[in-house]
Write a protein that binds this ligand. Structure first.
Ligand SMILES: *Cc1c(COP(=O)(O)O)cnc(C)c1O
Length: 414
């Protein structure tokens, strides 16, 4: 089966990619292994559509894994300058104006670096070693947050990291009791997007804030996905909870590589050159990323799309739910605003364990079927579909109609 799918992959992704790139890709999920379908090579994107190397068009619900809130577009600007560009301060100001807990910003090249640096800063501020995370969450692939998820991690990093189930405040309380005064930070996706969408119970986030505060533990909101997607002020303004540090990425770069961390000046000033916590980078604050990001955020400030995106999301959710009901397929749709995951499951999905028990073969049949209809969704049951302002009502309807056809075939045992 594996061998077969790799032969198919070879055909569709091109021998060059497979020969010179590991697995034919530069990020594992792009290899389509979760759905057993052929990986795709895309040439370009425009508005809600992407085009593959053979010129076939697809309605795109991957949207750069949530990076594109206005759809696909082109950017122009200078390549690296090596000193500070005015757009860096402009993008930082747009973020500070929007996000309640952020007074200062440091830009990185990726969300990975932003989370890595936030954890380092939390350790420096608290003088403590340990970090607490949640099962199934993703905070990039730095050493500190990859313990237990990959080979090649040091024993020290493994010892210092701990992970408990999402939405389980008792597990957090137990961990804190057990390792009193040893946790530097809790890092959390305020809406989980990397186990598929998991909406937090509001009481969970509120109690997480209270517990960390009481124990002098920094609360890091990883808003790489939720920042500027749920609301201008991200999940923290949506839920009215103030974290100590926040990480950003994806949308704030307008489709260009970016990451950022932000927080109160008293913490941010611990970063070099003001303080002794090192972070820097040749491409940090890259002019193209800053320009594309500032353009995007100015547009979001001028025309907040969140009401319309939520209505489109609700329409999609209802349409899919009805289609599945009519065909006797049990699904759970987890959605907040413009981010949504369909789990093929009879049970509500509250954490990574629930997500892992969903029926993956049905997911694969759905994803591969949609692709034959010219619709692209993330090729993994543990990712989110993203809506953008470029998606039309017709795009959403096409997804619903195609899904109903696929669900019908599934219901008939195909
Ligand atoms: C994508 C993502 C990251 C990592 O960002 P990269 O730019 O891919 O390094 C971190 N946290 C979350 C929640 C993400 O979705």
């Amino acid at each position: 089966m594996n061998r077969q799918s790799s032969i198919v992959n070879r055909k569709s992704i091109g021998a060059g990619a497979l020969k010179y790139l590991v697995g034919g890709v530069n990020s594992p999920v792009r290899a389509f292994r979760h759905v057993g379908g052929n990986p795709l090579m895309l040439r370009q994107g425009r508005d809600s559509q992407v085009y593959d190397v053979d010129g076939r068009a697809y309605v795109d619900f991957i949207m750069g894994w949530g990076s594109l809130i206005h759809g696909h577009r082109q950017v122009k600007g200078s390549t690296v300058l090596g000193l500070t560009h005015p757009a860096e301060a402009e993008l930082a100001r747009l973020m500070v104006d929007a996000v309640p807990s952020v007074e200062q910003v440091r830009f990185t090249v990726s969300g990975t670096e932003a989370c890595m640096t936030a954890v380092r800063l939390a350790r420096a501020v608290t003088g403590r070693p340990r970090i607490l995370m949640f099962d199934g969450s993703y905070h990039g692939h730095a050493e500190s947050v990859m313990a237990g998820k990959t080979a090649g991690i040091s024993a020290a990093a493994t010892r210092e990291a701990m992970s408990v189930p999402y939405n389980d405040i008792e597990a957090v309380a137990r961990a804190i009791r057990h390792h009193a005064n040893r946790f530097a930070c809790v890092i959390v996706e305020p809406v989980a997007a990397n186990t598929g969408v998991i909406v937090p119970e509001v009481a969970f986030l509120k109690r997480l804030r209270a517990l960390t505060q009481r124990h002098g533990i920094l609360l890091i909101f990883d808003e790489v996905v939720t920042g500027f997607r749920l609301a201008l002020g991200g999940a923290q303004s949506y839920f009215r909870i103030t974290p100590d540090l926040t990480t950003f990425g994806k949308i704030i770069g307008g489709g260009m590589p970016i990451g950022a961390l932000g927080g109160p000046a008293r913490f941010m000033k611990r970063l070099a050159p003001e303080g002794n916590v090192y972070h820097g980078g040749t491409f940090a604050g890259h002019p193209l990323s800053m320009t594309a990001g500032a353009f995007t955020l100015k547009k979001l400030h001028a025309h907040p799309p969140y009401g319309a995106l939520d209505r489109a999301g609700r329409r999609l959710q209802r349409g899919l739910q009805h289609a599945a009901q009519r065909c006797g397929i049990a699904i759970q749709i987890n959605r907040l605003g413009s981010m949504l995951t369909v789990f093929f499951s009879d049970q509500p999905i509250r954490n990574a364990g629930d997500a892992a028990r969903s029926r993956r073969q049905q997911f694969a049949a759905w994803a591969n079927g949609l692709r034959r209809h010219g619709i692209l969704i993330p090729p993994s049951p543990f990712e989110a579909l993203f809506l953008s302002t470029a998606h039309t009502a017709q795009d959403v309807d096409r997804l619903i109609t195609a899904s109903e056809e696929i669900f019908t075939a599934m219901g008939n045992g195909a």
